[in-house]
Write a protein that binds this ligand. Structure first.
Ligand code: SF4
Length: 464
């Protein structure tokens, strides 16, 4: 369980188990922030909690299974469990497996889940509870990520209908947050110590489409709810030491206006990193997948982006074994990857998701073929990654520190961090040796790269 703890007599305590993607993590943070404002404390363990919230993921069958297991564990350890999140849409399945859950609410239903907590663990009324001190880190709400990086969610839902996805059914149509609210949250996060902002949504390039890119006043000028305006404003923020935070854009579809954010990366206003979930390259597969922004000139645009900003790292994910994918389609994907030279690639074998349109498509790919293609995909992408990382040996690059170890028997201290090409959790790491005793999480240091493997870099802080 991931929580913070505060101890005031009689104060009701809530435990939280947060599963799923960064978007679900942001939901957990919002729920806990709201509960804290209502007078609840967070319990770091099952035993101390008056009620346990399980924020579930319901995307793949394997995620549902994990969610049901987590609910079972919380019931066994505590007994008083409220379920929320994506799998909450399947209340019957949850109740069938675990009849004793106190309440089930769906994704994005903050009011309902908070109300359920109030019902099953009414907040204490007392002199202490009104005086709950606000921890300085909590100025922007409770965070479940380390202090130095934060997810910034700019919208909910999605207007597309990709054949393998049920997000629009689970989370509804695109609903963008107001640009001034997003920027206020970002400013507070940075003031509270965030050094890296990770912009997330289901479709970041579509931000503001639903509000016709409504402009709001921000710091004396109008700013539109649009990815490029957002990127420019975020790039203008300053952390406590006067440097700009790293700002990463995730889930960006390659609509034409994405070209406008590349110069901001070249200027140093945005982290030179784009997470674009291409999913495939073969036109026939993309068509059957019903992917947005599925256009032929992606390779040419990648080349242009690299000309404008040579440091740019492109991350993507790909699905192999989508129904109807032929050996020829798959080879097209491999050839495309050789050309595209992406920096980071995640691979998935196609899995049926209950309720997804793709389930009805003809020509399913046998499991053994999926496995074989997956292995070939990984072989190609790891080779490309290893060559790209080897090219960094001998260079000095900025690294954000995530963790600092204890001194070993010789007094040497190691640390782990990430380069600008590495988002937390999903990309590689930089392993540092012989760091100074003053180094801490969130510090950004120049590092001389000494070695590399297929995913990670190894180095030492550069001499000043
Ligand atoms: S763009 Fe496609 S894959 Fe992404 S959330 Fe929307 S429907 Fe799902």
């Amino acid at each position: 369980m991931t929580t913070t703890a505060t101890s005031i007599p009689d104060q009701k305590k809530v435990g939280m188990v947060s599963l799923g993607c960064p978007k679900a993590l942001v939901d957990s943070e919002r729920i806990l922030t709201r509960l804290r404002a209502d007078g609840y404390a967070m319990s770091p363990d099952y035993a101390g909690a008056d009620v346990v919230l399980v924020n579930t993921c319901g995307f793949l069958d394997s995620a549902k299974e994990e969610s049901l297991q987590a609910i079972g564990e919380a019931i066994a350890e505590n007994g008083r469990v409220i379920v929320t999140g994506c799998m909450g849409e399947e209340a019957d399945a949850i109740r069938a497996a675990h009849p004793s859950v106190l309440a089930v609410t769906g994704a994005h239903q903050y009011e309902a889940v908070v109300e359920a907590v109030h019902t099953h663990a009414p907040p204490s009324q007392g002199p202490y509870v009104d005086l709950i001190p606000q921890h300085p880190y909590d100025e922007a709400g409770i965070k479940l990520t380390p202090r130095h990086y934060s997810y910034l969610k700019i919208s909910e839902g999605c207007n597309h209908s990709c054949a393998f996805c049920i997000i629009p059914q689970l989370r509804g149509k695109l609903a963008s947050r107001r640009i001034d609210a997003v920027l206020r949250e970002a400013e507070k996060l940075v003031a509270a110590g965030t050094k890296e902002l990770l912009v997330i949504s289901q479709d970041t390039s579509a931000y503001g489409v639903d509000t016709r890119h409504e402009a709001r006043e921000w710091k004396g000028h109008d700013v539109r709810a649009h990815m490029t305006d957002l990127a420019r404003e975020l790039g203008g923020l300053h952390t406590g030491d006067g440097t700009p935070p790293w700002v990463r854009l995730h889930y960006v579809y390659p609509y034409p206006h994405v070209d406008q954010v590349i110069p901001l990366m070249a200027e140093g206003l945005l982290t030179p990193y784009l997470d674009i979930p291409f999913q495939h390259a073969a036109p026939s597969v993309l068509k059957r997948m019903k992917r947005p922004a599925n256009e032929a000139k992606v390779l040419e645009r990648l080349r242009n982006w690299r000309e404008i900003c040579p440091e740019i790292a492109i991350r993507s994910s790909f699905v192999v074994g989508f129904p109807g994918e032929t050996e020829e389609d798959f080879r097209y994907l491999l050839d495309w990857l050789e050309e595209a030279q992406l920096d980071r690639v995640g691979g998935f074998r196609f899995e049926e998701v209950e309720g997804a349109a793709a389930n009805a498509l003809p020509d399913p790919v046998p499991e053994a073929v999926k496995e074989e293609r997956y292995a070939r995909l990984m072989e190609v992408t790891e080779r490309i990654s290893a060559a790209k990382l080897a090219g960094k040996i001998g260079r000095t690059i900025p690294v954000i520190v995530d963790e600092v170890g204890a001194p070993d028997e010789d007094g040497d201290i190691g640390a782990t961090g990430r380069s600008q090409a590495d988002a937390p959790e999903i990309d590689g790491q930089v392993f540092l040796r012989d760091v100074g005793p003053d180094l801490g999480p969130g510090d950004i240091v120049e590092v001389s790269i000494e070695d590399a493997d297929a995913h990670d870099l190894f180095g030492v802080p550069a001499a000043r």
